[in-house]
Design a protein around this ligand. Structure first.
Ligand code: IVH
Length: 671
C-alpha cells in the first residue's frame, strides 16, 4: 500500500478500534467479536510497522510499551490529590452534614454518591485530546509518572472522544483535560494471576488492591499489560463548564471514560443513607472490591467554597462499610499439618470482631511470610478478612511492643508424629515427610473420599479418625478392604449405616482418571491439573511412565508442579499404594477424553439450574471434552448455558451479545 493510502487506512482503523473500545468499556456493549477486533488491531500494527513514522502516541498499538522503564520520574500534581475523611456510622455522616450546613448557611445541599472502589488512584492528563501523562497519587503533591503502564489499561482512552461535545466545551477540552479515577483489578483476574503465581511457586498477591498497585508500579509495561487492569473515572478536575459533580461524570463518560454505573444523585442526607445500604448489599455481587461509598456535595461551587481541612476536602466524605480489618493480639503461633504434610503456622488470636464475625485464628501461611511481616508471639497485629476465607495477618504494629514478645520458630519435629521436619530446596514450605503421620494420613484420607474424589458417602472425618486409631486402615487403599463387621466394632455404629457405607465404598470403585489423579492428593495437583493430566495421558499407566521432561513441557504446568507429579509416581510407597488399590478392585476408567476434544478451547459459563444433570456434572462433561468452565461472564466466553431461573450472568451475557444456548442444545454438544 502506498503511504498516502496507508495513512488514510491507519486513521480509519484507529477510529474503528477506538469506537469498539468505547462500546465495550464505557457502554458495556459489544458490536464485533474479540477475534474481529484483534484482526483490526493486527492490520493496524502491520501498517505501522511498514510506515513507522505514521505511529502516533495515541495509537491503540502503543498500549504495550516496549522497553522496561528505568525508574519512575516524579511529577508534581497540578492540584493536590487529596484523600477523604472516613465515617462508619449514620450518626457520623449526619454530623458531617450538620457541619457543612453550618459552614454555608442558607444553602441546601444535594449529593452525588458513588461506589468507592478499592484500587489505586491515578491522575490522567490529556493535551490536544491525547493522553500525555498518567501519575499515581504519591504523597498527594508529588506522584510517580506511570504513563507507559497506564497506557496498557484498555478501558482508559488514549485519545478523547470530543465529537460529542459542543463547540465551546470541545475547544476547552482540546487544550487540557485532567481526569482522576481508580485503577482496579477484578477478583476473577486476581484469581487467575495468583493461580499462575502458585504454579510457579511465587508469592501471591494478598488482594486486588495490592495487585493493581503492584502492577502499575513495576517497571515493565508488558507485565502491566498482562495484568488486565480496569479503570473507572470519578472526577473531572478541569473546568469544562460543568456545574455539578454529576455533570463531571457525564462529561467524562462522553469523552470516553468508563464511569461506575452504580453512582446516584441523592437529593438529601436520608437518600444517601439508603444508597449506602443498597450498595452495601449489592457489592457482594460486584466483580471488583469496594470498601464504601463516596458522597460528594453535588454543586461544584459549593464544594469549592467548603475548601479543605488538612488533606481532605470538606465537601466529600467516604462512608465506609463495616471494617474488614481489626487489630488484636497474637496469643500463640501453632503449626497445623496438612494433607501433603505442609506445616502451616497459624496465629491464635485474642478474639476480635471483623466484618461482623468473631475471629480467633489467622493464617500466617509460611515462614517467609512470618519473616516478611516480622511477626512475633505477643505482637499486636492488623488482621483482615476477605469473604469467607480464614483471615490474614496483614501488618504488625511494632510500636505496640512491650519487649516481652517472642520469636516464633518452625519446630524441628512434626508436632503430631515427631518426625524430623524438612524444607525442600527452592520451596518456601516446611513439611513432615512421614507418610504415616496421623495428621497427614487422616487429611489424605478425608481428601481421598471427598466429593470431588472417590465421593464415598457416609465416610466422614469422625469415622476415619477411629478407623486409623484402631489400625483398621493404614492408607487409602485399606478402605476397600473394610467389611461391615469392622465398622460395627466402632463406637456408636448402627448396623444400617455400616451396610450403607460398605455399599457406597463398593459403588465408588470404578472411577474416572481425573478423579483418581485428584484423589491421590499430590502436592500442587488440584482438580484443574488433574483434568489436564487425564486429558493429556489418557490412562494411569501412561501417566505413571511419563518422563519428567514431558511433564515440564505441558503448557499450564510449572516446573514445581511437574516435579511434584514426577516424584509422586516415582516413590516406592506410592507405587505400592497404587498396586494395592488395583488389587482391592479399584478400576480407573481409561479416559475417553483423549479422543473427544470437540469442545477444545471453548469457554462456557453455566447459569440457572439444569434439568438433566447437576451443574458439577455439566462442568465435568465440558472439561472431558477439553472445554473450559468459567465462573464469570466476559467477552471471551463462547457459550452461556442457560438453565431454569438464570441469574445476573444471563443478563450480562445478553448485553455482551454472547452466544446463549439452552440445556437441550448443550446436551447435543456433549452427546
Ligand atoms: S473521590 C479527595 N471517588 O478513595 C479525593 N475516590 O481517600 C477524592 N476512591 O485515594 C476522591 N473510589 O483513590 C473518590 N468513587 C470514588 C472513589 C475514590 C475510590 C479512592 C481514591 C482516594 C480514596 C479516598
Amino acid at each position: 500500500m502506498r503511504k498516502v493510502q496507508a495513512k488514510k487506512r491507519i486513521a480509519k482503523l484507529k477510529k474503528e478500534i477506538n469506537h469498539h473500545r468505547y462500546q465495550y468499556h464505557v457502554l458495556d456493549r459489544q458490536e464485533i467479536s474479540d477475534a474481529a477486533l484483534d484482526s483490526l488491531k493486527k492490520e493496524l500494527a502491520d501498517l505501522e510497522s511498514e510506515y513507522p513514522d505514521l505511529i502516533t502516541s495515541d495509537s491503540p498499538t502503543q498500549r504495550v510499551g516496549g522497553q522496561p522503564l528505568e525508574k519512575f520520574k516524579k511529577v508534581e500534581h497540578q492540584s493536590p490529590m487529596l484523600s477523604l475523611n472516613d465515617v462508619f456510622e449514620d450518626k457520623d455522616f449526619f454530623k458531617w452534614l450538620e457541619r457543612i450546613e453550618k459552614l454555608s448557611p442558607g444553602n441546601k445541599f444535594d449529593f452525588f454518591a458513588e461506589v468507592k472502589m478499592d484500587g489505586l488512584a491515578v491522575s490522567l492528563i490529556y493535551k490536544k485530546g491525547r493522553l500525555v501523562q498518567a501519575a499515581t497519587r504519591g504523597n498527594g503533591l508529588v506522584g510517580e509518572k506511570v504513563t507507559s503502564n497506564i497506557k496498557t489499561v484498555e478501558s482508559i482512552p488514549l485519545k478523547l472522544r470530543l465529537d460529542s461535545l459542543d463547540n465551546k466545551t470541545r475547544k476547552k477540552a482540546l487544550i487540557h483535560v485532567e481526569v482522576r479515577g481508580e485503577v482496579y483489578m477484578r477478583y476473577d483476574i486476581l484469581k487467575k494471576i495468583n493461580k499462575k503465581k502458585e504454579r510457579k511457586g511465587e508469592n501471591k498477591f494478598a488482594n486486588p488492591r495490592n495487585a493493581a498497585a503492584g502492577s502499575i508500579r513495576q517497571l515493565d509495561p508488558k507485565i502491566a499489560a498482562s495484568r488486565k487492569l480496569n479503570f473507572y473515572a470519578y472526577d473531572l478536575v478541569t473546568d469544562l463548564g460543568q456545574k455539578t459533580h454529576q455533570e463531571s461524570h457525564k462529561l467524562a463518560k462522553n469523552m470516553g471514560f468508563p464511569v461506575n454505573p452504580h453512582s446516584q444523585y441523592c437529593s438529601d442526607g436520608q437518600t444517601v443513607i439508603k444508597y449506602h445500604k443498597k450498595i452495601g448489599q449489592k457489592r457482594k455481587s460486584f466483580p471488583y472490591p469496594t470498601d464504601g461509598i463516596v458522597v460528594n456535595v453535588n454543586s461544584i461551587s459549593l464544594f469549592k467554597k467548603l475548601g479543605a481541612v488538612g488533606k481532605s476536602p470538606r465537601g466529600a466524605l467516604a462512608y465506609k462499610f463495616p471494617a474488614e480489618q481489626a487489630t488484636t493480639v497474637i496469643k500463640n503461633i501453632q503449626v497445623q499439618v496438612g494433607r501433603t504434610g505442609v506445616l502451616t503456622p497459624v496465629a491464635h488470636l485474642k478474639p476480635v470482631k471483623v466484618a461482623g464475625s468473631t475471629v480467633s485464628r489467622a493464617t500466617l501461611h509460611n515462614m517467609d511470610e512470618i519473616k516478611r511481616l516480622g511477626v512475633k508471639i505477643g505482637d499486636t497485629v492488623v488482621v483482615e478478612k476477605a469473604g469467607d476465607i480464614i483471615p490474614d495477618v496483614v501488618k504488625v504494629l511494632k510500636n505496640m511492643r512491650s519487649g516481652s514478645e517472642k520469636n516464633f520458630q518452625m519446630p524441628a519435629k512434626c508436632p503430631v508424629c515427631g518426625s524430623q521436619v524438612i524444607r525442600k530446596k527452592g520451596e518456601v514450605a516446611y513439611y513432615c515427610p512421614n507418610q504415616d503421620c496421623f495428621a497427614t494420613l487422616k487429611e489424605r484420607i478425608y481428601h481421598f473420599v471427598s466429593k470431588k474424589a472417590f465421593d464415598i458417602e457416609g465416610l466422614g472425618p469422625k469415622i476415619i479418625d477411629q478407623l486409623i486409631k484402631t489400625d483398621l486402615i493404614k492408607d487409602q487403599s485399606d478402605i476397600f478392604s473394610l467389611k461391615e463387621e469392622d465398622l460395627k466394632t466402632l463406637e456408636r455404629f448402627a448396623e444400617k449405616s455400616a451396610s450403607n457405607i460398605i455399599k457406597s465404598i463398593e459403588n465408588s470403585k470404578e472411577i474416572t482418571l481425573s478423579r483418581f489423579i485428584y484423589s491421590l492428593g499430590i502436592r500442587h495437583v488440584g482438580q484443574e491439573t488433574a483434568y489436564l493430566l487425564a486429558r493429556r495421558f489418557g490412562s494411569l499407566d501412561n501417566l505413571i511412565n511419563t518422563k519428567k521432561e514431558e511433564l515440564e513441557n505441558i503448557h499450564d504446568i510449572g516446573l514445581v508442579v511437574a516435579s511434584s507429579i514426577y516424584n509422586y509416581f516415582n516413590d516406592n510407597k506410592n507405587i505400592k499404594l497404587l498396586k494395592k488399590l488395583k488389587k482391592y478392585g479399584v478400576k480407573v476408567k481409561k479416559s475417553r477424553l483423549k479422543n473427544k476434544q470437540n469442545l477444545k478451547n471453548k469457554k462456557f459459563v453455566l447459569t440457572g439450574s439444569l434439568e438433566k444433570m447437576t451443574r458439577d456434572q455439566a462442568k465435568t462433561e465440558i472439561r472431558k471434552r477439553s472445554g473450559e468452565v468459567s465462573s464469570s461472564v466476559s467477552q471471551n466466553i463462547d457459550y452461556l448455558v442457560k438453565g431454569e431461573n438464570p441469574g445476573s450472568k444471563f443478563e450480562k451475557a445478553r448485553k455482551l451479545g454472547l452466544k446463549i444456548i439452552s440445556e437441550e442444545k448443550f446436551l447435543s454438544l456433549i452427546e
